[in-house]
Design a protein around this ligand. Structure first.
Ligand code: GDP
Ligand code: IMO
Ligand code: MG
Length: 442
């Protein structure tokens, strides 16, 4: 099996906040080293929106891994992913229009979960139902929760099922259950979807299905093991962020998958012993989209708006505006501890539209200052912050460490010092959205 006697490894990259840290850009950046032969998504689905940009080329990947703009890099969609085939087909077409043919290097696990035509409607219906009690999660409406629920309830469909002759029957059976659920939500929450909308979606979905049948649907676990045995290295691309993990986030304001690197092994079908480095991505501040509490949120609405505008903080998947907060060290330390991240990317270091920048160091919970992340964020009534000088627009687009403004340098040193106990190093600092807008921090 092994051609050179040396086994390959997997490096993992995950977001350490609430998503949208700039993971797509960093995957693309890591690929420039030439040491990875493929990029693999291991969890989540089209709730992800990973932006890639160089020059006039811009692409937002929801299902297609962020190695798509690097010719020759294999792209893997693991069994842990819930696959929205309509989005997948759209992305493949978009990439073709940009001059990137990915079909011949895209491999989808036959065990990946299939998002059906009705899952996104169910997602919306469940949100309407939760809204009755004011407990909306603010999902991306991509059918993520319902698809993972069906998987766990052992009635879901796998991507590999689409190649079997009993598929239509299985799909019909599941659709019946979904229609019953939708009727229940209509009764209980007044959630109604016009029949034409369902028909329209079903048609689009069937068209996508015909195209997906022609893609490389395979036993991805075996393929990855083979690649590793050949001495090839793979990059596992996390979606969402550690703070949205189903088990360790602020439940229920989380996504429906495990976003931790621990899930790489399960979501790809490879041993955890193949994992080498864990890259953790943060923004220099914090953002969050959707519902749930956000203790680090900037209290002054005008200041929050300054960050939103300067950082273009609008969702890559839903277009919703993202709430902005200060860098939250309580949450960050929790995320580093859970993920085992040893190398850190700091993005959006060019965004500082204020004279001062703050960092959250403690939460006030039940009248006590706490440095530990609580079970429920709604118990946090205030936070302690430390304040430093800001740097304005000074660092936009720079790529050399010697050109970094003194205030940003101090800020990055401050972060590094606060994380000393974790033995992490900052490896790269982002100064803009483009592939070139990055400073190697070694
Ligand atoms: P992801 O989901 O973690 O891949 O991140 P998104 O693509 O959803 O959001 C990150 C946004 O920030 C995108 O619009 C990127 O183009 C942009 N971006 C990434 N890094 C930087 C950076 O260092 N500075 C600035 N100004 N924008 C960045
Ligand atoms: P990337 O990979 C930011 C949030 C949603 C919502 C919660 C649950 O681009 O960083 P879901 O649709 O998953 O059931 O929604 O999770 N969310 C994200 N927020 N970035 C993401 O992905 C997200 N994916 C889901 O806003 O609060
Ligand atoms: Mg995103």
């Amino acid at each position: 099996m092994s051609t050179n006697g040396k086994k390959g490894f997997i490096d993992v990259l995950v977001g350490l906040q609430w998503g949208d840290e700039g993971k797509g850009k960093n995957i693309d950046e890591l690929l420039s080293s030439g040491i990875y032969s493929g990029v693999a998504r291991f969890q989540g689905g089209a709730n992800a929106g990973h932006t890639l940009k160089f020059g006039n080329t811009e692409f937002i990947g929801h299902i297609v891994p962020s190695g798509c703009l690097r010719e020759g890099v294999e792209l893997y969609v693991g069994n842990g992913v819930v696959v929205d085939i309509v989005s997948l087909v759209k992305e493949i077409k978009e990439l073709k229009n940009l001059g990137f043919d990915v079909e011949n290097r895209l491999y989808i696990s036959n065990r990946a979960k299939l998002v059906t035509a009705l899952h996104p409607f169910l997602d919306k219906a469940e949100e309407a139902y939760r809204s009755k009690d004011g407990e909306k999660i603010g999902t991306t409406s991509r059918g993520i929760g319902p698809t993972y629920s069906d998987s766990r309830a052992r009635r879901g469909l796998l991507i590999g099922d689409i190649l079997f002759s009993d598929f239509n029957q299985k799909e019909e059976n599941l659709a019946k259950i979904h229609m019953d659920f939708l009727k229940m939500y209509q009764r209980e929450a007044g959630f109604e979807i016009p029949n034409e909308k369902i028909m329209e979606m079903k048609e689009k979905w069937q068209e996508a299905l015909a195209l997906v049948k022609k893609l490389k649907i395979c036993d991805l676990s075996s393929l990855l093991q083979k690649r590793l045995a050949e001495g090839k290295n793979i990059l596992a691309e996390g979606a969402q962020g550690i703070m949205l993990d189903i088990d360790y986030g602020d439940y229920p304001n989380v996504t429906s998958s495990n976003t931790l690197p621990a899930n790489v092994s399960l979501g790809l079908g490879v041993s955890h012993r193949t994992i080498r480095d864990i890259y953790g991505v943060i923004k220099a501040y914090t953002t969050k989209v959707g519902g749930g509490d956000f203790p680090a949120r900037i209290k002054d609405k005008e200041v929050e708006k300054l960050f939103q505008d300067a950082g273009h903080e609008f969702g890559a998947t839903t277009g919703r505006s993202r709430m902005c907060g200060w860098l939250d060290l309580v949450a960050l330390k929790y995320a580093i501890g859970l993920s085992g991240a040893n190398k850190i990317f700091v993005n959006k270091a060019d965004i500082c539209p204020t004279d001062k920048i703050k960092v959250v160091t403690e939460y006030l919970e039940n009248g006590k200052m706490m440095k530990e992340f609580p079970l429920r964020l709604n118990q946090v009534t205030d936070v302690t912050t430390e304040e430093m000088a800001g740097w304005g627009g000074a660092n936009y687009g720079i790529s050399k460490k010697e050109n970094v403004s003194p205030a940003l340098s101090l800020y990055l040193d401050y972060i590094k010092n606060k994380l000393t106990d974790f033995g992490v190093e900052i490896v790269s600092v982002g100064t803009g959205p483009d592939r070139e807008h990055t400073i190697s921090w070694n």
